[in-house]
Design a protein around this ligand. Structure first.
Ligand SMILES: Nc1ncnc2c1ncn2[C@@H]1O[C@H](COP(=O)(O)OP(=O)(O)O)[C@@H](O)[C@H]1O
Ligand SMILES: [Mg+2]
Length: 456
């Protein structure tokens, strides 16, 4: 738990003590936004820690943020290096300082307690970096992700975190203790697609705040992107236009000037402050204390999950024909989507378009399809526990969530488990309704249909 006291809506610096993660597609402008936000926040009187958590892009943030060519020593070494810090997927236990047993999230580190060689400080901003991949066969970025996930700085500084491109950090649980995820969206299909995925994962993980910043778009494209984000239920924090001075500084490897985009960045900070004040500073929690969801968030998370399941199972049917149990389950998911849609209407929640059909494709075999489905239905369990809390005693919502969960756990899951057994025995009794004998999918291309957050 973080040490910052609860603050009211009148707090002049409502972002104090918060951890803000900036993510998105590669090259979308994540490091640019972190550098600009850091400068804007510092100008408003915040203490700022900028944490470079991108282990694969050497030095990006230091160059954009400060006029110094130097790099601070990687924090991973402060925590004992790879010998002491394990990838959170293999070892989810929290980060501890060398020679200490109390986890860092419980006992935040004072900036002064971090030796000078690990820090670069200028104008109220302190730059830290987790580490870089420097050698061949060094291993995965996991240990660095643990530092990113668990580093807490004592006091009131805002921590801005720059992570690697894409969504892999979600697979390592980096978002566990984040107050707000900011996704940077440039005018590309991939960028919007990644934003949708990030929004879905944030809802699943109960991240308290989420918002998007449109970067480098011309005005008419910017408006279309804003509409697209609104449809996806992602709040827009603001936009930064394509700017010659930023581009020039980026090209020459100089620190980014804030002045040409100060108004735009200031209004993004304002939107972040407003959202934080409205939430009443609910600090990002530990593993075991997920933030409660609002009813709207719960309905959108449930709908997103059903949309994704429906699209995934439809892709399986398109590839393999009308095979059981997918053919039955897809009808059931369709009914779930309808039921959730009715609840959305009743409670005034705008129904977002289904973004999943263009994103999923069937895996190579029915066996893999069954495995993916089993994993997905198992994940459902945890999601629905949280949704039930958000129902807040509303009988109609509880009844629908219960029906959805029962169908998933008592019908779909065992059906997929039996189907997996059947596939492993050679597909006897697969029950195709088209009489076909396709063991392989009809169409190739695309990724797996399994709902794995690590695979975009
Ligand atoms: N709004 C903008 N206008 C002009 N150039 C920009 C803008 N945003 C980012 N850039 C430039 O684009 C390049 C990539 O941005 P960067 O922040 O490094 O992306 P990321 O961290 O997402 O990979 C940089 O050279 C940066 O200067
Ligand atoms: Mg970057």
């Amino acid at each position: 738990m973080r040490s910052s006291p609860a603050r009211g809506a009148t707090d002049p610096l409502p972002l104090r003590g918060q951890r803000i993660l900036v993510c998105g597609k590669g090259g979308s402008g994540k490091s640019t936004l972190v550098a600009l936000l850091a400068k804007s926040l510092a100008a408003r009187g915040y203490g700022v820690v900028a944490l470079d958590g991108d282990a694969s892009n050497p030095g990006g943030l230091a160059r954009l943020l400060l006029e110094k060519p130097a790099q601070p020593r990687p924090l991973i070494e402060f925590f004992g290096g790879r010998e002491h810090v394990e990838c959170p997927v293999d070892d989810p236990s929290p980060l501890t300082r060398l020679g200490e047993t109390t986890p860092v999230p419980e006992k935040p580190i004072r900036l002064e307690a971090i030796p000078a060689e690990y820090k670069l400080a200028e104008h109220g901003i302190t730059l830290l970096r987790v580490g870089k991949i420097t050698r061949a066969l060094e291993g995965c970025e996991g240990p660095m992700s643990k530092v990113t996930r668990d580093l807490r700085i004592a006091g009131d500084a805002v921590t801005l975190i720059d992570v690697e491109a894409g969504i892999e950090h979600f697979g390592r649980g980096v978002e566990k203790s984040i107050d707000t995820v900011v996704v940077v969206v440039d005018p590309t299909f991939e960028s919007l697609d990644i934003a949708d995925r990030i929004a879905g994962l944030c809802r699943q993980m109960g991240v308290p705040g989420l918002g998007a910043v449109v970067n480098r778009a011309r005005p008419h494209v910017r408006d279309a992107m804003a509409a697209r984000l609104r449809d996806a239920g992602i709040p827009l924090l603001g936009a930064i236009d394509r700017d010659d001075a930023l581009e020039q500084a980026g090209l020459e490897g100089r620190a980014l000037p804030l002045a040409p985009v100060a108004v735009a960045v200031g209004s993004i900070v304002g939107a972040l402050e407003q959202a934080a004040a409205a939430r009443g500073h609910r600090p990002a929690g530990h593993e075991e204390e997920n933030m409660p969801m609002t009813l709207q968030e719960a309905l959108l998370a449930a709908l997103d999950d059903e949309y994704r399941a429906r699209a995934t199972y439809r892709a399986v049917l398109a590839a393999f024909g009308d095979v059981r149990p997918f053919v039955n389950v897809v009808e059931s998911e369709e009914r779930h989507v309808q039921a959730l849609g009715r609840l959305c209407e009743r409670y005034g929640v705008d129904i977002p378009a289904d973004p999943w059909p263009s994103r999923v494709s069937a895996p190579e075999s029915l066996e893999a399809a069954c495995q993916g489905a089993i994993e997905a239905e198992r994940e459902n369990r945890a999601l629905y526990d949280r949704l039930m809390d958000a129902a807040g005693g509303r009988a109609d919502v509880e009844e629908t969530f219960r029906r959805l969960l029962t169908a998933s756990q008592e019908n779909h899951l065992p059906a997929f488990e039996r189907a997996l057994e059947r596939e492993r025995r050679g597909g006897v009794g697969r029950g195709r309704t088209d009489g076909g004998h396709r063991h392989r999918r009809r169409h190739r291309g695309g990724g797996s249909a399994c709902r794995d957050p690590e695979r975009p």
